[in-house]
Ligand binder design. Structure first.
Ligand SMILES: [Zn+2]
Length: 86
């Protein structure tokens, strides 16, 4: 009987952490959408700048860092490059 409760408890923790992770990804995606349109997700002003760009190689995900000149907002996003054909 105790094992059942333990499994149930672990299941709740697992679902909770997965939900938090999905929420985090959704939030991150929402911020990226705003940045793609040129707006800062924090203060809403136009003029967000790409300050850093890093990639592991010719293909694979790129790490882009955006900074807002109006507020302190800085965030990094890993973006999949669409194609590796070159
Ligand atoms: Zn801002």
């Amino acid at each position: 009987m105790n094992t059942l409760y333990l499994i149930l408890f672990l299941l709740i923790i697992l679902i909770g952490s997965v939900a938090t992770y999905i929420y985090y990804l959704k939030e991150k995606n929402h911020e990226l959408e705003s940045i793609k349109r040129g707006f800062c997700p924090k203060c809403g002003q136009k003029g967000i700048m790409l300050t850093d760009q890093r990639s592991a190689g010719c293909c694979g995900p790129k790490i882009l860092t955006f900074t807002c000149p109006h507020c302190e907002y800085t965030n990094s996003f890993s973006i999949e490059t669409p194609s590796c054909s070159s």
